[in-house]
Design a protein around this ligand. Structure first.
Ligand code: SF4
Length: 381
């Protein structure tokens, strides 16, 4: 199948819309004879569009305009942020509540809509039924690097179709293979990737926004992901889930490209460190068996502490000391391990309870831990 790359340099809705129209023509994709559409952007957490954490609402708005022009009136946006986060807050902060109200489209979280059971390699799975019933499912990921999966693109974006329990399960069984197994049982009719600004470094939530000037459009998830990976200067064969997808025959390793030349738009993105994430002397050791929300609960707690004077003395001062002059090692997920290193070792989340007990490390309960428990653990350290 053909993947279209188009150069788009700004979040200007009419320019994005023109580019999408041209892309659909180039890949010979017809919108006619469809009555319903479901859009799945990436809204992993409450984040402003300029941070490049979420799919920019301008790309979704341009897509909605295109669908309306083709006579599709029944349009829904469906997304579920990462585990433990408030879906309505995620929609509001990222601009999707305002977009949905203004455009008159439905906006649903996972819990708001009827589910349907489907079979996958690991048994039964519930996903929102709307994705199975619709005439047109469009996956709209943000192009980002990722600390566990190297890249997060359309295949990874589908993790938002499953319940929190299944998300956790996917991590505990190895992440890379189940992502492809999920793609085998549910895949979009169309993929539109927001890479006008993308994210490099410590994605999916802590990386840096970086201009890529690109929108990628196609109908095969694996081929779109391979193309976007190359646009970031990352060899797709070195991305575990993409390599597995190629082996499983989900698409071509060398997709046919149309539109603008990949060479002219390619950049060398800084990858996420796959061993650990580090800020000052705080090391968060990677473990694909850990959900990203376990780590994000730590970032969330720090932000809350900085804004609330009651934590300034018990937490911020202590944390600042450790971060500047000491060292903190954070462990997360099942079977977490740590090289023999100095520092204050903290086990995050119920998955690490046994490890904490065995090694005598500090332990913060929760799945994922809540801010209060994270902050209290420093207080008592
Ligand atoms: S404790 Fe953390 S890593 Fe383990 S299942 Fe819960 S959220 Fe995921």
């Amino acid at each position: 199948m053909t993947v279209c790359i188009k150069k788009v340099c700004e979040y200007n809705i009419s320019k994005i819309q023109d580019s999408l129209s041209q892309s659909l023509e180039l890949i010979n994709f017809k919108l006619s004879h469809r009555k319903t559409a479901v859009l799945k952007p990436n809204i992993v957490m409450p984040a402003k569009p300029k941070t490049s954490v979420v799919t920019h609402p301008a790309v979704v708005e341009a897509t909605i305009n295109l669908l309306r022009n083709a006579g599709i009136e029944d349009i829904s946006i469906v997304e579920e942020p990462a585990i433990g986060l408030d879906v309505q807050e995620s929609f509001r902060v990222s601009g999707y509540t305002e977009l949905a109200n203004r455009m008159g489209v439905n906006l649903y979280g996972f819990d708001d809509i009827e589910k349907a059971e489907i079979q996958w390699k690991y048994g039964k799975l519930k996903i929102p039924k709307i994705f199975l019933d619709t005439d047109l499912y469009i996956n709209l990921p943000k192009i980002k690097t990722h600390g566990y999966t190297t890249v997060t693109l359309s295949i990874k974006n589908q993790k938002g179709l499953v319940s929190s329990q299944i998300k956790k399960y996917i991590h505990t069984i190895g992440l890379h293979v189940p992502l492809i197994e999920l793609a085998k049982v549910i895949s979009p009719h169309l993929i539109i990737m927001d890479g006008i600004y993308a994210m490099e470094g410590e994605g999916p939530t802590q990386g840096k926004s970086r201009r890529l000037n690109t929108i990628v459009v196609g109908t095969n998830q694996l081929e779109c992901d391979i193309t976007a990976s190359r646009l970031m200067g990352i060899d797709p064969c070195k991305v575990d889930h993409l390599a597995y997808g190629i082996n499983e025959g989900l698409g071509e390793a060398e997709p046919v490209i149309t539109g603008d030349s990949i060479q002219s738009l390619m950049r060398q993105f800084l990858p996420a460190n796959l061993e650990y994430g580090r800020k000052l002397n705080v090391y968060a050791w990677r473990n694909p068996a850990a959900c990203s929300m376990c780590m994000d609960s730590f970032h969330k707690a720090i932000k809350e502490a900085v804004l609330d004077p009651k934590w300034w003395l018990p937490f911020v001062s202590k944390f600042a000391w450790y971060a500047l002059f000491g060292r903190i090692n954070i462990l997360q997920g099942k079977n977490a391990s740590l090289p023999p290193l100095p520092g204050w070792n903290v086990c995050f989340g119920t998955c690490t309870k046994e490890l904490a007990k065995e090694k005598g490390f500090a332990y913060i309960p929760g799945c994922p831990p809540v801010s209060n428990d994270v902050l209290k653990s420093f207080f008592s350290a």
